[in-house]
Design a protein around this ligand. Structure first.
Ligand SMILES: *Cc1c(COP(=O)(O)O)cnc(C)c1O
Length: 418
């Protein structure tokens, strides 16, 4: 009998296992190198595992849980909406979208907001807005986007092509065309890459996944100038840097410029999956009915939560508090670097998007593992960096505890590697 793909390698079905999980299930596609920890509850900066162990969460679900876990106002907003209405589709007006869009346009450069569900979808949308803008401006040949080596814009085929990371593209067929890559903070390279087909420049103010590598404010300003001189749109990917993560509502505020298009997600929903593309009226002029869409985008549940996140995070006092915590965290990390100069090369980052660039002899995975043993959660990144991303609501006490746990973790590694 010829074996159909379905028959190949399918193990016989065993009796349903109702017992408590004793290890990772093989039924979940193995796309992640997961830590073998199951969390069952969260509160503020703390997570509780199924064995009762409590962890200090300085990863925030990769910069997502901006307001920590189970924030009472977010829980209340979600519950209230859940009892009223979950979904209607974008065939109709959605009150929550109009509410959140009004807030975002009041608080930012943007005049128009498109809602979606993730960072990759927001970046894809931003690319489409930029190309479409050139198309309706009588420049249909302007389709190419200049992007930066070390960037991360998500895992869809176009956003992978945008970032150009060979490791993530391997084995996934033809790479989407239309992206040119240059080095971060090399303004001459950006200028040289601009051609008659360039539509836009796409930039993360700080490369998060790439290893907390910041574009300098001068570089961001110079990129803005090049866009203006050459009729290009500036797309900022603030999926990770946005929503107060750097101590400003959006990281570009530190550089004193505004983009034409911006992608946001991660902290925007505080743990509920929402994203958005923000644009000026001019940049969004091609986005007419039928040009873009998303079934779940701007769903009432997501909008109810995002609306509350935006209210809380955009409060000047809240952002001021983030900036003062930042000082505490940064000083503490600098202290750890001095103490462990053989392990830590550099402290990087802005606000609560901090990174430790490690010496070549240790890996981010080693630090993440040692920190886990000290009941502290951190997140690895590229460029041999480990990210420290506390929830924005972390107290000085939480930060002090995190620094102590990290100090113990580094001491543990120093002992093991000496
Ligand atoms: C996480 C991230 C994305 C992708 O977001 P997803 O929600 O995983 O699709 C895009 N850009 C940046 C800067 C990110 O940090």
């Amino acid at each position: 009998m010829a074996s159909s793909p379905a028959a190949l390698g399918k193990a016989p079905r065993s009796a349903p296992d109702t017992a408590v999980s004793s290890g990772p299930s093989p039924a979940v596609m193995g796309t992640y190198a997961r830590q073998d920890i199951v969390f069952v509850k969260g509160e503020g900066c703390w997570l509780t595992a199924d064995n009762g162990a409590r962890y200090l969460d300085f990863g925030s679900g990769v910069a997502v849980n901006a307001l920590g876990h189970a924030h009472p106002q977010l829980v209340a907003s979600l519950k209230a909406q859940a009892e009223k209405l979950w979904h209607t589709s974008n065939l109709y007006r959605v009150e929550g979208q109009e509410d959140v869009a009004a807030k975002l346009t009041r608080l930012t450069f943007a005049d128009k907001v498109f809602f979606c569900n993730s960072g990759a979808e927001a970046c894809e949308g931003a690319i489409k807005v930029a190309r479409r803008y050139q198309f309706v401006s009588g420049q249909p040949h302007r389709q190419r986007i200049i992007a930066f080596r070390g960037a991360f814009h998500g895992r869809t085929l176009a956003t992978l092509a945008a970032a150009g990371n060979e490791k993530y593209l391997e084995g996934f067929g033809p790479t989407a065309d239309g992206f040119d890559h240059v080095d971060l903070n090399d303004i001459d390279a950006v200028e040289a890459a601009i051609g008659p087909e360039t539509a836009a420049i796409m930039l993360e103010p700080i490369q998060g996944e790439g290893g907390v590598r910041a574009a300098t404010p001068d570089f961001i300003k110079a990129v803005r100038d090049l866009c203006d001189k050459n009729g290009l749109l500036l797309i900022l990917d603030e999926v990770q840097t946005g929503m107060g993560r750097t101590g400003k509502l959006f990281a570009h505020e530190w550089a004193g410029i505004t983009p034409d298009v911006m992608a946001i997600a991660k902290g925007f929903g505080g743990g509920f999956p929402v994203g958005a593309v923000l644009a000026t009226e001019e940049a969004a002029k091609g986005m007419t009915p039928g040009t873009h869409g998303s079934t779940f985008g701007g769903n009432p549940l997501g909008m109810a939560v995002a609306s509350t996140v935006v209210d809380i995070v955009s409060e000047p006092d809240f952002l001021e508090a983030v900036r003062s915590k930042t000082l505490h965290l940064k000083q503490g990390l600098e202290g750890l670097k001095d103490q462990h100069a053989d392990l830590v090369e550099e402290v990087r980052g802005v606000g609560l998007l901090m990174g430790l660039k490690l010496k070549a002899q240790i890996t981010p995975a080693q630090v993440v593992k040692a920190a886990n043993e000290e009941k502290l959660l951190l997140v690895g990144a590229g460029d041999n960096c480990v990210r420290v991303l506390p929830p924005l609501i972390a107290t000085d006490q939480d930060i002090a505890e995190g620094l102590m746990a990290l100090s113990r973790a580094l001491t543990r590694i120093a002992r093991e590697t000496s």
